[in-house]
Design a protein around this ligand. Structure first.
Ligand code: PLP
Length: 442
């Protein structure tokens, strides 16, 4: 089916070319559990390796099950091509490694998932790629950090724990003046935001989260919008404009549009260079699990967001809660960004700070009966965690402050259970939380 039926509910089920399995007519996407693919003859094999013809070579680089998922995620995000990888962490690593090499820099938002901060600050810096952090409350902060070696801007649409929506268009517009692409991590806001419509060049996901939705598989994706001109300023993007010695001297920015008719050199290079060299391929079994989740992502996001708004209204009135953090609960102009960029809901995540501080926060989490106490986000189940002692515990005080985590912050991912049951569980745990405060004092 063509993806002209552009509604996310329909794309999630029918997006991409897949109607049924060409070999068996199976309607459900089969799991192609194979490492290799029989070449028709030596010429066919040589053509595939030379990218003169596109087809399956080896599952580290491509797989028919993954291909269906890739086409659907690309369509959902309004992009032209997608590469799936083994995790969200791989997606963010590849997104950077695909544009930057030692000596280059990336300007990134300070509002990031903790794992991305450690990847950027510790691992990528050891490879010689500098990450410069810009506070996204003022988009001009990105421009101030640009120099000749800046290869990309990076942000998260709905970053937790701050839950300040990223100024996508504002930062993308600055980037395009300098031929710098904007890479957006849209993990927490599939369906409710399409960063490509606002100028993002690349969109990544931890598919582990809302797109998968069931907490059964770890996976990541990188979508190439097709809307960025990688050859406009060859000095700005050397990896797309200089001959690649690892691939017979190909110049990716020119060769990919010529070979494929599509402006997707970012996706092709990520697949044939980074998956080739670094591995981190998505197992087809996990691609299958994510496809099951993807089919209902639009429905789930609607329910997550509806429930979250009701929870926010309840929490704002609760005597034990001193602060509610939500995309629409910030001062202007940050709160306005939620209305500008999020459509059909303001997000599934809510932060709270409690009257009794950190001890009350711990008692609150331990008193929850239905909520799960887990590191994940984006599950159908409601989830709670104390980031400062868990997901963000490897960050120092300065890094913690930059990501918006206070010692008493508790993160809630509101699930799709009945909202009355969610509120009842929160209420009973909040009412017990003050005991944590008393315990701390005594
Ligand atoms: N990006 C965001 C916004 C995340 O929340 C996470 C994980 O929590 C990741 C990336 C990493 O994803 P994964 O756990 O699939 O490696």
């Amino acid at each position: 089916m063509s993806t002209k039926r552009n509604n996310p509910e329909t794309i999630a089920i029918h997006g991409g070319d897949y109607k049924s399995d060409p070999a068996t007519n199976a309607v459900a996407v089969p799991i192609y559990r194979t490492t290799s693919y029989q070449f028709n003859n030596t010429e066919h094999a040589a053509n595939l390796f030379a990218l003169k013809e596109f087809g399956n070579i080896y599952t580290r680089i491509m797989n028919p099950t993954n291909d269906v998922l890739e086409k659907r995620v690309a369509a959902l995000e309004g992009g032209l091509s997608c590469v799936t990888v083994s995790s969200g962490q791989t997606a963010s690593s590849f997104a950077i490694l695909n544009v930057a090499q030692a000596g280059d820099n990336i300007v990134s938002s300070t509002d990031l998932y903790g794992g991305t901060v450690s990847l950027f600050t510790h691992t990528l810096s050891k490879l010689g790629i500098e990450i410069r952090y810009a506070d996204p409350s003022d988009p001009k902060n990105f421009e101030k950090m640009v120099d000749d070696k800046t290869r990309a801007f990076y942000g998260e649409t709905l970053p937790n724990p701050y839950l300040r929506v990223f100024p996508i268009k504002e930062v993308s517009d600055i980037g395009r003046k300098y031929n710098i692409p904007l890479i957006m991590d849209n993990t927490a806001s599939p369906v409710i935001c399409k960063p490509i419509e606002h100028g993002a060049a690349i969109v990544i996901h931890s598919l582990t989260k809302y797109i998968g939705g069931h907490g059964t598989a770890v996976a990541g994706s990188i979508v190439d919008s097709g809307n960025f001109d990688w050859t406009a300023d060859p000095k700005r993007q050397p990896l797309f404009n200089e001959p690649d010695a690892s691939y017979g001297g190909v110049i990716w920015g020119k060769a990919v549009p010529e070979l494929t008719g599509a402006n997707v050199p970012f996706a092709v290079r990520a697949r044939v260079c980074l998956l080739r060299d670094l591995g981190s391929a998505l197992a087809p079994d996990n691609a299958f699990a994510i496809i099951q989740g993807l089919e209902t992502v639009a429905l789930r996001m609607k329910q997550h967001c509806e429930n979250a708004e009701k929870v926010v209204n309840f929490l704002k009135k609760h005597k034990e809660v001193t602060k509610v953090i939500y995309s629409t609960e910030h001062n202007k102009p940050i709160a306005d960004r939620a209305k500008k960029y999020l459509k059909g809901g303001y997000g599934p995540m809510v932060g709270i700070e409690l009257k009794g501080g950190i001890e009350a926060g711990k008692t609150f989490i331990e008193s929850l009966k239905m909520f799960y106490h887990v590191a994940n986000i984006g599950d159908v189940r409601s989830l709670a965690i104390h980031p400062a002692s868990t997901t963000h515990s490897q960050l120092n005080e300065k890094e913690l402050a930059a990501t918006g985590v206070t010692q008493s912050y508790v993160r809630l991912c509101i699930g799709i259970e009945h909202v009355d049951d969610i509120i009842e569980d929160l209420n009973q745990a909040l009412n017990k939380s003050s005991k944590g405060k008393l315990r701390a004092v005594s």
